[in-house]
Write a protein that binds this ligand. Structure first.
Ligand SMILES: [Zn+2]
Length: 491
């Protein structure tokens, strides 16, 4: 055992995914909301997200298959939180200036104190309720950065630390305001160290679900709320005062969290019959998580009392048990039932509550998994194995118009598909020249050989003359090329 990493940036042991609390479909909606202030802020957030993810992908050898890699040996000698909060001062350099370490008094910066307290409440839940010593059960230090970017509309776990933006101040407020959001992001860290759920399709929706579950449990425990008393809302404190909605997600009633001209309507389903079959958002990970979220809410409220003690303990047993990284809904449901039976018996109140809840959301062995029903869908695209050196045939019939290029962006957390077909001579001269150079060179094909990375945007470029049809994972894109794609999409 020679894992000794003593860098200022903790080394993560698992394939990390960048996990922003605001899915791209919301950011995209803001970016085209017709309000210049919001549009500018949302675009800036999307841009910074992309930069962050590229940087992260370079720093951490992300593995697309979710395979486990060895954990570092840094177990603390005593079990207590070890928090450090930094201030990025509106910049994007992480971790930023250290402003409050463990045991230090509160500062006059609300965001700093909210982050510090939220990290503490999260550590407390995992430790007091489940005997877990931090995210990795080895006393991992909890690192957070506040005031990241300018009016940054997001918060995320980058595989090593928490990052909080201040929001645009109109639709979305400061991201340290919601305790469940802090708990959600840190739970991605726990998943990283435990189940390693792949951030794609049903496993990805379960990854999101697990974060919502333990995020809401952090809030409930900190507030002393029983299952009945909780609002079961994720991100309620983030919405600006005139936003038509109550939160970013509702675990109780998925699909009802907001309906706002700038945000669109909450797209979450609460039943398997409404499962959203999409290639976007890594297979709708932020959308379909509504289905298991509602199941958890049903279990928790059926059992009553403190959800972290009853329903939460069953879920904790599952994520730390014999769960596979590519687990689907039906398998997860079966694992929760098995955990309830193991702890409480076949005919226990717990086992019945779990069985009933999954049945109510339409997840059964017959319909919830790969066997069929609403969840059956094409397998995810293979992680760009060994691409052919030859260009793939273009779907556009031969003889098409020279200089006509289609750019399509999918992926991201839940990103809307953005697509545009342009004539190059409609573009500014510099961009048209850049496109002609790019299309004529082997660059695009080379870039298309980059690995598929969970959570990354994917840019598709197709052109008839010359024949080009490629899909490129965003982290593989040089900044200049990505900016050209984005300008073209927005032109
Ligand atoms: Zn998440």
């Amino acid at each position: 055992m020679t894992t000794t990493h003593e860098t200022s940036h903790p080394t993560d042991p698992r394939p990390a995914v960048r996990c922003g609390i605001v899915p791209p479909y919301l950011l995209q909606a803001l970016a085209s909301s017709g309000e210049p202030h919001l549009e500018e802020r949302a675009r800036e957030t999307l841009r910074l997200d992309q930069l962050r993810y590229e940087e992260h992908a370079r720093e951490h050898s992300l593995r697309p298959d979710g395979a486990r890699v060895s954990r570092r040996a840094n177990r603390a000698t005593t079990e207590a939180p070890n928090r450090v909060v930094h201030d990025a001062g509106g910049g994007t350099t992480l971790p930023g200036e250290k402003v409050r370490a463990e045991g230090e008094p509160a500062t006059d910066d609300t965001a700093v104190n909210e982050a510090y307290d939220g990290l503490g409440a999260t550590w407390d839940l995992w430790n007091a309720a489940y005997g877990r010593n931090s995210l990795d059960d080895r006393g991992l230090g909890l690192v957070a950065t506040v005031h990241y970017g300018t009016n940054y509309d997001n918060a995320f776990w980058d595989g090593s630390q928490m990052v909080f933006g201040d929001g645009d101040g109109v639709v979305l407020l400061g991201f340290t305001r919601s305790l469940d959001v802090i708990g959600h992001e840190l739970a991605h860290g726990v998943t990283q160290y435990t189940s390693g759920l792949v951030y794609q399709d049903q496993a990805g929706a379960l990854n999101e679900h697990v974060s919502d579950v333990f995020g809401i449990l952090v809030k409930q425990r900190a507030l002393g709320q029983s299952a009945e008393e909780s609002d079961w809302l994720i991100g309620a404190e983030l919405l600006g005062p005139d936003v038509k909605g109550v939160a970013l997600r509702s675990m109780k009633e998925p699909g009802t969290a907001y309906d706002d001209p700038r945000l669109g309507k909450d797209p979450q389903p609460g039943h398997m019959r409404d499962f959203v079959d999409t290639d976007d958002d890594n297979g709708g990970v932020h959308i379909n998580s509504g289905i298991p979220n509602r199941a958890f809410h049903l279990v928790a409220t059926t059992l009553g009392g403190n959800a972290w003690e009853r329903a939460g303990a069953i879920w904790y047993a599952v994520i730390t048990g014999d769960i596979k990284a590519d687990c689907d809904f039906a398998t997860f449901a079966a694992l929760t039932e098995a955990a309830a039976v193991a702890a409480h018996g076949e005919d226990s109140e717990e086992a019945r509550a779990v069985r009933d809840a999954w049945a109510q959301v339409g997840v059964t062995n017959e319909t919830g998994g790969a066997a069929g029903g609403g969840s059956e869908r094409e397998p995810a695209p293979a992680p760009a194995p060994t691409p052919s050196p030859e260009p793939e045939p273009s779907p556009v019939p031969a003889g098409g118009e020279p200089g006509l290029v289609q750019v399509r962006r999918t992926g991201g957390f839940a990103g809307q598909v953005r697509e545009r077909t342009v004539r190059l001579d409609e573009l500014p001269d510099d961009d048209a020249t850049a496109w002609r150079t790019l299309l004529a060179s082997p660059t695009l094909m080379a870039l298309a050989q980059g690995r598929m990375i969970p959570d990354a945007f994917r840019y598709g470029v197709s052109c008839d003359v010359p024949p080009v049809d490629v899909t490129i994972p965003e982290p593989a894109l040089p900044e200049g090329v990505r900016e050209l794609f984005d300008r073209t999409l927005e032109a």
